[in-house]
Design a protein around this ligand. Structure first.
Ligand SMILES: NC(=O)c1ccc[n+]([C@@H]2O[C@H](COP(=O)([O-])OP(=O)(O)OC[C@H]3O[C@@H](n4cnc5c(N)ncnc54)[C@H](OP(=O)(O)O)[C@@H]3O)[C@@H](O)[C@H]2O)c1
Length: 333
């Protein structure tokens, strides 16, 4: 039996939207039908390149279109919440780029809207759906490393110096934590679900005032710990290690992992799982699966995990004195 068609719209046809559009044809039943931009010509150019029949220059037009089932929000961080709320209110399924929103207050409002309108909502934490991570999760679940005790993860790269870029401009919620630190937090959260007991971090706030690099330490009951680093002006290895009482798991380039290695004493096993497309296909399939099952959240990347992660980012930013211009639902309240 053919899977039901899910008709997608993209909001924000920029850099990551191109990755999403490239993966979509790999998913059975997925169809790109609409593209929304602040500029109609940009929407038309993207729609024409990816054979979408509708190009619009407003979020309302996406929300009002009857022939759209699911919306992918791919705008910069401060512009996730408003379009997602509008689309949820119209009953669309919404997949929002990471981080789900600017802060926990906004994430809470999105979750409330998802429940109110019985509309699916998920943070596009694509890493979690990669075969290497699914394998690592299975190894943990089946006790292959005993009790997980320590998660170590880093994600850093060196961007060019452009104070007006999405990565460095405070008005676009630039900085390492929300852009790449969120992956390290999601990795720790996948192993130790639930809010941490303690959160402590240091950040270097650069010339534009955003966190160019940071280190965070998190603790959970029972002495479980995570040490996480994020950077946008310093390249790091991008490793994740999960150490347990009986063994360890290592995921090189963990945020786009294609390999997971399990080690216990002198025994080891390597899982190699190259992406079928660019890796986004797995999260898109998860959306389709959840919609087919009538779910409003994914059991793999549930609302509660996004809220926990946003709460930790708020806590770290409070410690660093980092707020974005015009931020409401403040990180410091
Ligand atoms: N999953 C991943 O691997 C990954 C990688 C990179 C980024 N991301 C996430 O994807 C999101 C977008 O990142 P990106 O690098 O694709 O950004 P981008 O290319 O700078 O922007 C994406 C699009 O958003 C719209 N936009 C830009 N500035 C805006 C503003 N001030 N207000 C409203 N819309 C605006 C633009 O479209 P129009 O002007 O045409 O409307 C732009 O093309 C971010 O949340 C980022 O964290 C994810």
């Amino acid at each position: 039996m053919n899977p039901p068609t899910i008709r997608w719209a993209i909001i924000g046809p920029g850099s990551i939207a191109r990755t999403f559009a490239a993966a979509l044809p790999m998913v059975a039943g997925a169809e790109l039908v609409a593209v929304a931009s602040r500029d109609l010509a940009r929407a038309q150019a993207f729609a024409s390149k990816h054979q979408a029949r509708l190009a619009v220059d407003s979020i309302a037009a996406v929300a009002e279109a009857d022939d759209i089932d699911a919306v992918y929000v791919a705008t910069p961080h401060p512009h996730h919440c408003a379009p997602a709320l509008t689309c949820l209110a119209a009953g669309k399924a919404v997949l929002v780029e990471k981080p789900l929103a600017l802060n926990a207050a906004q994430v809470g409002s999105l979750i409330a809207a998802s429940h109110r309108h019985r509309a699916f909502l998920m943070e596009a934490m694509w890493t979690r759906f990669l075969p290497a991570w699914r394998t690592a999760a299975e190894w943990i679940h089946t006790g292959r490393i005993g009790e997980p005790r320590l998660v170590s993860a880093d994600f850093g790269f060196r961007c060019g110096w452009d104070p007006h870029s999405r990565l460095l401009d405070p008005a676009l919620a630039g900085g390492a934590l929300l852009d790449v630190g969120v992956y390290t937090l999601a990795a720790a959260n996948a192993v130790f679900p639930g809010p941490p007991l303690g959160v402590a971090g240091f950040a270097h706030l650069g010339a534009t005032g955003v966190d160019e690099q940071s280190v965070a330490v998190l603790s959970w009951p029972g002495g479980r710990l995570a040490r996480l680093a994020a950077a946008v002006r310093t390249a790091t290895a991008g490793d994740c290690r999960i150490d347990g009482t009986e063994g360890s798991i290592h995921l090189p380039q963990f945020w786009r992992a294609t390999r997971a290695t399990w080690t216990s004493g002198d025994k080891s096993e390597i899982f190699d799982g190259p992406h079928e497309s660019n890796g986004f296909e797995y999260q898109i399939r998860e959306v389709h699966r959840c919609l087919a099952d009538g779910l409003i959240e994914s059991p793999v990347m549930p609302h509660a995990d996004s809220l926990t992660i946003a709460g930790v980012m708020d806590a770290l930013r409070r410690q660093w004195g980092l707020r974005y211009p015009g931020e409401d639902g403040t990180a410091s309240s």
